[in-house]
Design a protein around this ligand. Structure first.
Ligand code: TRP
Length: 346
């Protein structure tokens, strides 16, 4: 049939890309677990999706912050993400507080979100147990702001970890509730569970995910080569008797973690690694992994340092990002204001 030849989906060039959006809390320096587990794969996403990423500083103040630290992290973290491969020309990178529509839509959505459904959110329950002295209203309405973040951009996909899936669920509920009253205003988004990267465990606690709360076992991308070497030298290996480099997650979690890191960086399989280090003890293996990590992170750290010192450039990235983001966000916000009955000036 003639029109089969011209059917739009045979022409992938013109098919619009689906939109993806995610927020990141500017809550500290990036580490090897963040990098190998997630960020390393983000650079390639722009081939298939239109990508929006923002630093969620509005969310961050639901837990008390030191203002100077928050300000510094908002810039440094941007530099680190760019250094890890997130290209600001190809992705829209911005700071949440630079786009007022987030707070504006959040207010409206607050009026379409039920007290009961917010009370059931597990993150609210966890965080209010952890910060008993500061169970503020922002912590309670956190998911509504997150819904606003997502719905403003009519995002198709929201890449999130397991712990944030419930927030995407409530976003869908809010969107559907609003749409059922006012018509199709919001795209109903889906959680996007990213292709799993390497799961990196703490160097001193190979039973737990690498975390900045245990800094001795956590390799930050900004760590100096000496620091990284020292952390790997002190990495916990296993007290098994065979004392050889063999992948056994169950019985040799420390060695398995190091092999996993080495594999993620070199692309070698576990068998290849076992062969490479055949006959070598842990004492020789640990610094080898450290060296591979040092060399891999070196250009990233140097680029991040360069960018952190170039405040004018980072400001420009944030300014451009906010402009591009605002354009889309304001379109949605105007529609919402009109739908709910806010009087518009001609
Ligand atoms: N709550 C997310 C987290 O802590 C961060 C976030 C804020 C977010 N707004 C978002 C994630 C919108 C995805 C979409 O990780």
């Amino acid at each position: 049939m003639e029109n089969e030849i011209t059917t739009p989906n045979t022409n992938t060039e013109s098919a619009p890309k689906k939109r993806m959006l995610s927020g990141i809390q500017p809550s500290g320096d990036l580490h090897l677990g963040n990098y190998l587990g997630a960020i390393k794969n983000w650079a390639d996403r722009v081939n298939d999706y239109e990508c929006y990423y923002f630093m969620a500083d509005l969310h961050t103040i639901t837990v008390r912050q030191d203002p100077a630290t928050l300000r510094k992290r908002s810039l440094n973290q941007l530099a680190q993400y760019i250094a890890c491969g997130l290209d600001p020309e190809k992705n829209v990178l911005f700071l949440q507080s630079h786009v007022p529509a987030h707070a504006q839509l959040a207010w409206v959505l607050n009026c379409y979100t039920m007290f009961g459904e917010l009370s059931r959110m597990t993150q609210f329950k966890d965080k209010s147990a952890k910060h008993k002295d500061n169970i503020n209203a922002g912590l309670f309405t956190y998911p509504v702001l997150m819904a606003a973040d997502i719905l403003l951009y009519q995002a198709d996909y929201v890449p999130v970890g397991e712990d944030q899936k419930q927030h995407v669920e409530i976003t869908r509920d809010i969107a559907q509730r609003f749409n059922s009253i006012y018509g199709d205003v919001f795209k109903v988004p889906e959680a996007f569970i990213p292709k799993a990267g390497a799961r990196v465990y703490g160097l001193t606690t190979p039973g737990d995910k690498m975390s900045k709360s245990i800094p001795e076992g956590c390799v930050f991308i900004m760590d100096s080569p000496d620091e990284i070497a020292r952390k790997f030298k002190r990495a916990v290996t296993d007290s098994d008797t065979e004392h050889c480099v063999r992948f056994d997650r169950e019985n040799k979690p420390g060695v398995a973690n190091l092999m996993n890191i080495y594999s993620a960086i070199t692309g070698e399989s576990f068998e290849e690694i076992e062969r490479e280090f055949d006959g070598m003890g842990y004492g020789a293996f640990k610094p080898k992994v450290g060296e591979a990590v040092i060399e891999h992170l070196r250009p990233i750290r140097e680029e991040a340092e360069r960018l952190m010192a170039d405040k004018a450039y980072l400001n420009e990235v944030y300014k451009n990002g906010a402009e591009r983001a605002s354009y889309i966000a304001n379109k949605t916000l105007r529609k919402v204001y009109k739908k709910v009955g806010f009087y518009q000036l001609p």
